[in-house]
Ligand binder design. Structure first.
Ligand SMILES: O=C(CO)[C@H](O)[C@H](O)COP(=O)(O)O
Length: 229
C-alpha cells in the first residue's frame, strides 16, 4: 500500500453508519473514496456523500456510493479531503486540483474536518506551493493587476495543451506566490485583501479549518489533532 492509500484508508475508518459525508478531491482523497466504496458494497455502510468535484462525483458514482447535492445537505457530519501544504498552526493551502471553492463550501458545512496527506505536505511554513486563487474569467486581468500592485506574483494556470485551465465552476485559477506581498506572513490579511478584490471567488487558504490531520510516510500513519478546534 502506498502512503496516500494508507492515509485515505485510515480516514475511512472515521466514517460511521448514517453519516452525511463530504468527500474531497485529489490523489489522496481518491483512496478515501475507494475505501468508502468498498465499505458500502461489502459492509452495507449506510452513508450519503456530497462531492467536491466532478472527478470525485464520477468515482463515487462508479463505486455505488450514494450522493447528495450540496444544496440538499447544508450540514454534514464529516468532511475528508486532501491538502497541499499545512503548517504546525494548522494553516493549510488547498486547490492544487482546482477544487478549492467547492472544497471550502463542503468543509464549512461539516461539523468535523479531516485532512489526509503524504507526510511531505507537513511543512514548517506554508508558501512554497503558492496559493491557488479562483477568479471569474471576466476581467481577471484586473485581479492580476491588483494582486501585482500588492506584491503578489499570480500566474494563470494552464493546461498541458496550452489552453487556459478552467475549474468545474468554469472559472480560472491564478497560482500565486505571496512571499513578497505587502502583507508579510499575515495570511488572514492576505485572505481579506484577496476576498475583497472584485473578481476573486475564493482563495486556497484554509486557515485553522481542519480538526484532524492523518498523514502517512515511511514511518507509517500519524494523526495530529488540532488543539484549537
Ligand atoms: O485541494 C485539492 C484539490 O483542489 C487537493 O485536496 C490537494 O491538491 C491535495 O491533492 P493530492 O492529495 O492529490 O496531493
Amino acid at each position: 500500500m502506498n502512503e496516500k492509500q494508507m492515509a485515505g484508508y485510515e480516514a475511512a475508518k472515521y466514517v460511521k453508519d448514517g453519516m452525511l459525508v463530504g468527500i474531497g478531491t485529489g490523489s489522496t482523497a481518491y483512496y478515501l473514496i475507494e475505501k468508502l466504496g468498498q465499505r458500502v458494497k461489502e459492509e452495507g455502510l449506510n452513508i450519503k456523500c456530497v462531492s467536491t468535484s466532478d472527478a470525485s462525483t464520477e468515482q463515487a458514482k462508479s463505486l455505488g456510493i450514494p450522493l447528495l447535492d450540496t444544496n440538499d445537505a447544508p450540514e454534514l457530519d464529516i468532511c475528508i479531503d486532501g491538502v497541499d501544504e499545512v503548517d504546525p498552526q494548522f494553516n493549510g493551502i488547498k486547490g492544487g486540483g482546482g477544487a478549492l471553492f467547492r472544497e471550502k463550501i463542503v468543509a464549512r458545512s461539516a461539523k468535523y474536518n479531516i485532512w489526509v496527506c503524504h507526510s511531505a505536505k507537513l511543512v514548517e511554513e506554508i508558501g512554497d506551493f503558492g496559493l491557488p486563487v479562483e477568479v471569474l474569467p471576466f476581467g481577471y486581468k484586473h485581479v492580476v493587476k491588483k494582486m501585482e500592485d500588492a506584491g503578489f506574483e499570480p500566474v494563470l494556470r494552464m493546461n498541458k495543451d496550452g489552453s487556459i485551465y478552467e475549474t468545474n465552476n468554469h472559472n480560472y485559477i491564478l497560482d500565486t506566490k505571496y512571499t513578497n506581498s505587502k502583507f508579510g506572513k499575515d495570511y488572514a490579511a492576505m485572505e481579506a485583501f484577496l476576498k475583497g478584490t472584485l473578481g476573486v471567488l475564493e482563495t486556497g487558504f484554509f486557515l485553522n479549518c481542519t480538526d484532524l490531520i492523518i498523514s502517512a510516510g515511511a514511518d507509517g500513519i500519524t494523526t495530529i489533532e488540532n488543539p484549537n478546534k
